[in-house]
Ligand binder design. Structure first.
Ligand code: ADP
Ligand code: LRH
Length: 500
């Protein structure tokens, strides 16, 4: 088919963006239509997302995309995982919580009393993270906040519902809830019952690539959209969309780092690994597009840098110059890495954020090390700690899966951090291929374009199959694979190489 125009809405924990994409068999172009801050709001009830404000930004962004390209065929939405809205009779019950809210502190133990962690992992395949949906729902239940709820939607699904009126649970994001069977890929209603979570809250799972439906008439009218615009389920977990667009040549020999607020470090598998070794090494088996498994570990990520910069900006008042990240990174390049303290980037004390430099000081004192002496030294120490964590996770992933990792791909905003890319090559001893920065939006757009039939020409043998008398066995039976999509990404967005 011919190239199509689609809109990719990508909601990150720190900012959201609406991208207009043009996608065809030899074309993959993104144009940023709008970008907006995603600022959580602290209420007496806890830390919440401003979901209505985000939706307003999504509507405005899609409207301007449609103004600049009236031929847009579809919209896809991805966002961060695990968080959800509770509904009753089609209305929101309260403001959805932020996963960094501290209300799950007691809920984790309460859930483990019902189902010990090892059993949870055997069923859902997830790394222990205190904010996994199942624990958040346990906190809600203990506070009586589930009473009266008759539905639940993960946030990207919530926005898709508001746009279309169709309620569904897109599978890649559903796999982060802790309630989806790692092997069955269906809701694990037995597990939900044991956790005392009403399975009736959970909408039917759908695969990425499913056409959810047209815009609701009111929405189409407000956006000035023609009748033809549909919403397509993409890998609605942002990390799943990012992994689609990692330009891996051979997933069996590559590791990836989806580097944003979090660093999601791992490999792609065909089936989950639910062994004791995988559990003890802190791995998660999240679902990818096309039924692949994202076998990865959450590393605390660039959150450590962004919270530090935020702290310094607040201290400086309006004067940004000394807290500008690119400038601090340039200074950090000049520092001797052996002269800064080493610490565990995954220390759970970093999770809620706040004054990260002060937290680093506390960790250094505990381990008998000098604290960093300048902002540039903190930045250097953070990059060293992240690269060390990446190397450890990649070595663990290779060991636990029995694979030989030969190359490390980095995608997301962290691609812009050359120091971190270089240190990652050094610590892993492997070549690092950095890019694309906007892998998540690209993966989102690619899955839409494929669902619309615009990428058939990428199918191996597709051209031969069109010839009369062709006996191409793949025609009509296989779909355009992730490898075909990734080859298109590699051709149109060649990554930059850092050698160890
Ligand atoms: P998310 O999707 O989680 O919101 P992104 O993929 O947009 O995150 O990545 C944001 C991160 O990218 C920032 O926290 C910052 O560390 C890094 N980043 C963005 N721009 C730059 C830059 N110019 N130099 C270095 N790092 C950058
Ligand atoms: C990254 C991400 C990650 C989740 C976290 C909550 O944006 O989706 O994959 O673990 O946010």
């Amino acid at each position: 088919g011919d190239a199509v125009s689609v809109v990719a809405v990508d909601l990150g924990a720190s900012s959201g963006r609406v991208m207009l994409a043009r996608v065809g068999a030899d074309e993959l172009a993104l144009e940023e239509v709008s970008r907006f801050d995603n600022r959580p709001v602290a209420l007496p009830s806890g830390l919440h997302w401003d979901t209505l404000g985000l939706y307003r930004n999504v509507l405005d962004g899609v409207a301007s995309a449609l103004r600049s390209e009236p031929a847009v065929r579809s919209v896809g939405i991805d966002g961060w995982a695990v968080d959800y809205a509770l509904l009753r009779a089609g209305r929101l019950i309260g403001a959805p919580f932020h996963y960094r809210d501290q209300r799950t502190a007691d809920a984790v133990d309460a859930a483990h009393e019902l189902v010990p962690f090892a059993e949870l992992f055997a069923a859902n395949g997830l790394q222990h993270l205190p904010f996994t949906t199942a624990y958040q729902l346990t906190a809600d239940r203990l506070e009586g906040a589930l009473a009266g709820a008759d539905g639940l939607l993960l946030l990207p699904d919530l926005f898709a519902w508001w746009l279309t009126g169709v309620r569904a649970a897109e599978r890649t994001n559903a796999s982060t809830t802790g309630l989806l069977g790692a092997r069955s890929r269906e809701w694990d209603t037995d597990l939900a019952a044991r956790l005392d979570v009403p399975a009736g809250l959970l909408p039917p799972p759908v695969d990425p690539g499913t056409v959810l439906g047209p815009l609701r008439p009111e929405v189409a009218a407000e956006l000035g959209a023609g009748n033809g615009v549909t919403v397509v389920a993409v890998g609605s977990h942002d990390t799943a969309s990012a992994v689609v667009a990692v330009p891996m040549r051979d997933p069996a020999r590559a590791a990836y780092i989806s580097s944003g607020t979090w660093s999601l470090v791992g490999v792609e598998l065909e089936a989950p690994v639910l062994t004791d070794e995988a559990r003890e090494a802190g791995f998660t088996n999240e679902l990818g597009v096309d039924g692949r498994v994202r076998f990865l570990h959450n590393v605390m990520g660039l959150w450590l840098l962004s919270e530090s910069v935020r702290t310094w900006r607040a201290a400086d008042g309006d004067d940004d110059s000394a807290s500008d990240l690119p400038r601090l990174l340039a200074e950090a390049e000049l520092i001797d890495g052996d002269g800064v303290p080493a610490f565990d980037a995954d220390d759970p004390r970093f999770l809620p954020g706040g004054d990260v430099p002060a937290l680093i000081d506390a960790v250094c004192r505990e381990t008998g090390q000098e604290t960093p002496r300048s902002r540039a030294e903190y930045v250097r120490a953070i990059c060293e700690a992240l690269a060390t964590a990446y190397a450890r996770v990649i070595a663990d992933a290779a060991r636990v899966t029995g694979r030989a990792v030969e190359v490390v791909h980095v995608v997301g905003g962290g691609v812009r951090n050359a120091l971190l890319c270089r240190l990652t090559a050094e610590r892993t001893g492997l070549p690092v291929l950095a890019g694309p920065v906007e892998a998540t939006a690209l993966g989102n757009a690619l899955v839409q374009a494929r669902a619309l039939g615009a990428l058939e020409a990428l199918r191996p043998g597709a051209l031969e199959a069109l010839r009369p008398g062709s006996h191409d066995a793949s025609s009509g039976t296989t779909r355009v694979s992730l490898e075909d999509l990734r080859a298109l990404v590699a051709r149109t967005h060649p990554p930059r190489t850092y050698l160890p």
